[in-house]
Design a protein around this ligand. Structure first.
Ligand code: SF4
Length: 359
């Protein structure tokens, strides 16, 4: 997006130093602005009281800090919150904050979006069904962290700087199809002078964008890679996740194997459990055969109903049966506790309510 003013959100400290020096200010101003943005989530130069008044008004003319506005939020009975945020072009995205425990001092995981809508079009996903509009810029990705943190601190009356301790790129969009902006956003989220969240607390989830997985392996980042698998045979995966037609399982699994060899990191597979679709004994056998050689983790996620889509959640006994099959087959399997399903904030339920193409 072309901007009239220079966007400061998401710049590294060195880039911020270049900006202040180019505008006639000493280098240390960059550190002052950095603190205001990343420690106090401040978007207004006028609030930066340790800058001289004339600098505040000058910077306000030439630069901006675009932390997205939280338009509304819904709170689940389990403490999960879904924020609907508005971007500068009025497009809307959703982010979700999930508490780690019911404890009042709990830390939170933030699930962020990388695109408005999603071009992948997974058959079970609300985002995928509502079409694709555009990629997010890196500052819009970073802005979700600051906007959510600010709102959460306000609501919880907390001044905990590390309230959000983990980031998962699992919201709207396929992060590896917006590779460079996603990567830039990770740098500032991870920067100890920026948002300061450790690489091992950051997870990128992909539907199987093989080119992006290969590129990610080259970056040397120690983040966690999660693969949304959801089917262990091509015939079914072609139907559920259309990108499988471009990168079938053999190609995907080879990319994952190379990724593990290059990074020495364990990969997690996500598997949404759809009743009567992908949880038969044969599915379990296929899954074990596919994943076991990689020593990877697998997360089972019972499906969360999306209005208008024909999939349903399996009964608890079917869930346990499938889980036990995988466990006995020697997989590192976890059953993901569902959070936020009552406010449509769970996996696959995010949607651009008012700006989707279909509305
Ligand atoms: S599940 Fe993820 S990749 Fe698939 S359509 Fe939804 S947002 Fe896109």
């Amino acid at each position: 997006m072309e901007k009239e003013k220079t966007e400061l959100l998401g710049l590294s400290l060195e880039e911020m130093e270049d900006f202040v020096v180019q505008n006639g200010q000493p280098k240390y101003r960059a550190r002052q602005i950095f603190k205001w943005i990343y420690n106090k989530e401040t978007a207004s130069f006028y609030a930066m009281t340790d800058l001289p008044k004339e600098v505040r008004s000058e910077f306000d003319k030439i630069a901006e800090i675009s932390i997205p506005r939280v338009l509304k939020q819904r709170v689940s009975k389990d403490g999960t919150r879904k924020f609907s945020m508005e971007l500068e072009d009025k497009k809307k995205i959703e982010t979700v904050v999930i508490p780690h425990s019911p404890d009042k001092n709990s830390k939170y995981t933030l699930c962020i979006s990388t695109q408005v809508g999603c071009p992948i079009g997974c058959a079970f996903c609300a985002t995928g069904q509502s079409g694709f509009q555009r990629n997010l810029e890196f500052y819009e990705i970073v802005g979700q962290v600051l906007g959510s943190k600010k709102e959460l601190q306000k609501r919880l009356k907390s001044d905990d700087e590390s309230l959000i301790s983990n980031i998962v790129y699992m919201g709207m969009g396929e992060p590896l199809l917006n590779f460079s902006e996603t990567l830039k956003s990770i740098k500032i989220i991870n920067d100890s002078k920026g948002i300061n969240i450790g690489q091992r607390h950051i997870t990128i989830s992909t539907s199987g964008e093989v080119k992006g997985i290969n590129r990610l392996a080259e970056t040397g980042l120690q983040i966690t890679l999660a693969i949304s698998l959801h089917a262990a045979n091509n015939q079914l995966r072609d139907k559920l996740i259309p990108i499988n037609r471009k990168y079938p399982l053999k190609v995907l699994m080879k990319a994952v194997e190379d990724y593990i060899n290059k990074t020495n990191r364990r990969v997690t597979f996500e598997y949404i459990m759809l009743d009567k679709v992908n949880i038969s004994e044969q599915d379990a056998r296929n899954l074990i055969k596919l994943i076991k050689p990689l020593m990877a983790n697998i997360n089972l996620i019972p499906y969360n109903k999306v209005t208008g889509l024909d999939f349903s959640k399996p009964a608890p006994e079917k869930v346990m049966q499938f889980y036990n099959c995988l466990l006995q087959g020697g997989l590192n399997v976890t059953l993901r506790e569902e959070k936020g399903a009552d406010i449509e904030a769970a996996c696959g339920q995010l949607v651009m309510k008012r700006n989707s193409r279909s509305q």
